[in-house]
Design a protein. Sequence first.
Length: 688
Amino acid sequence: MAKPSILIVEDETIIARDLQDQLQTLGYTVAAQANTGEQAVQLAGKLAPDLVLMDIKLGAGMDGIAAALAIRAQKPVPVVFLSAYAAEEILQRAQLAEPYGYMLKPFSERELATTLQMAFYKQKAEQRERDLRQHSQAILAHMREGVVTLDPHGLVTSANPSAAAMFGYSAEAILDLHIGQLLPMLAPEADAAPCLLCQHPAWLALTQTPHSEPVGVRQDGTTLPLGLTVSDLPQGLQLHTICIFDDLSTQQLAAAQLHSLTFTDALTGLPNRSGLMAHLHGALLHAAQNQQWGALLFLDLDHFRQANEMLGPGCGDELLREAGHRLLACVRAEDTVAHFGGDEFMVLLGALGTDQATAANRARAVASKALQALSQPYSLGGLHYKSSASIGLVLFDSHLRDVDELLKTADAAMYQAKAAGRNAARFYDPAVQAMVLARTSLEKDLERALAAHEFVLHYQLQVNTQGVPLGAEALVRWQHPQRGLVMPGEFIALAEATRLILPLGQWVLETACQQLTQWTQRMDTSNWIMAVNVSALQFAQADFVASVTNTLARSGANPQRLELELTESMLLEDLPAVLDKIARIRALGVRFSLDDFGTGYSSLAHLKRLGMDQLKIDQSFVRDLNADPEGQVIAETIIYLGHNFGMQVIAEGVETEAQYQLLAHLGCDAFQGYLFAKPAAAESLLGR
């Protein structure tokens, strides 16, 4: 490592030589000696020394203070002043050059050494601060979110490019604006005396909401929906504020388009199968809450295939559109007509009353009205065409909770109507309906398996960059008496749909904590982390925090060795409640990991507030990592975000050495996958 070089500026030769000897003794290199201010400026520009020892009094011409100002105007070189004088006037002038030290002659070699060490330390600290500031500015410049800082009066003191563009201002024009010009709700009240931002009536509501969505206004007067997160930013004795804005315009438009694509039939404009399912879930919930009957009508257009072949697909599509319009005219505004696909329609009737007979009569009346409407002639491609429909009806009340059972029953009722000669409506035969409503063998098996303790846990190792185990993830398996070991992909979805995931999830947590206690007692596994997946339904339970607390107490597991894995989708619902639960559980010492990160939507503001300990790169990004440049960028971005928010980053699904090497090169902290270990029982895991 090169020795720091120092330029000596001293007009007395003996003192200059003495300084040179002392500096060399201390291990420094003397770049040169200058005896005038002008010469000092010239040599500093030419030699670029690491520090200048500057005598203030240099005789005729430029004095040391003027020379220091000239040198630092060229380059921020540290200057240490030497002087035999300590007059207040000289000291005040010297401060203009922002010196890194001031030494009164005569001084000892020890004083010189200490002053130089402090000067170089200050220089390094300032350089680190400049680098950090530049790094922060670079991050802000490339952030999608808009970031502004406000002074105590609500005036904009800084704004990144995204914020300026978001509100339609130039980088200069947005500065010194009042926040009320960007957020009308914070505009100063008319005839009110000027006040601090924290005194504004609307400010309290904003600061008490972790992530609010106010309406902003652009420079041209147009409005935009915003996501907003605010936090305090102390600066000296004043409390400034940082605001992070997210323009939700594109997001809301995309969400609306996605909702339309997902839940609306493109041909008829009616709700599609997915849209109907959403309405059905709501109708069943309403029936349960209000003790009301409802009805589902399954309609199939008779002989549609022959009509489509005879008239052509274009006329067939027009027939479907017209049938949808006619059905809408037969129902109330609060009812739902859906195109289920092909020649099938569904009509959902809610709130038909608390009496079953009355509800049945009302549903039958709608079915009769629909049969009459659909049997009227159609004008298709210049031709008149007559059609009819077969309708199956099924009633539901507070006791029916399964949507699939309801659909199967309505479908079977529709086929009974066809069997009756078509152009008819039929309620399903109760005896047959009882058979359709029976639970599937798999669902029955699940309930039995829970009671028979047929579930087991396997564990998959998680390792660091050297391949040393850090812990393991608990993975549930079903040890079926006839089918053998059943993977979770075959039963987790059904468990969630039937709410059996709640007792199953609690069993997983308790069993994992018991195993964690055993690991803690072994020297080779005492520091292992146990990762446990938590389902959305399980996390949403009101007693979840108490459940975790009690499980830890019963098992004796170390909370600091337990890590709960949540998915992104769980965090987008009722964010304040999610944050509260996470905070209460973290207070116990439990860690949190954000599983499958990058597959959902998490703004930077959300990610920062969640306070996760770990981000998990989803295996979908890891699978083609070496062949997919976009996958590499996503992985690198996740690693960068995680580290910048103080989180560890782990990649799952690592199966090849190439994937591992690339992820390690990108800075990934931990790894999980078949390359290191397959999921195994605890005893097999420790005996590997």
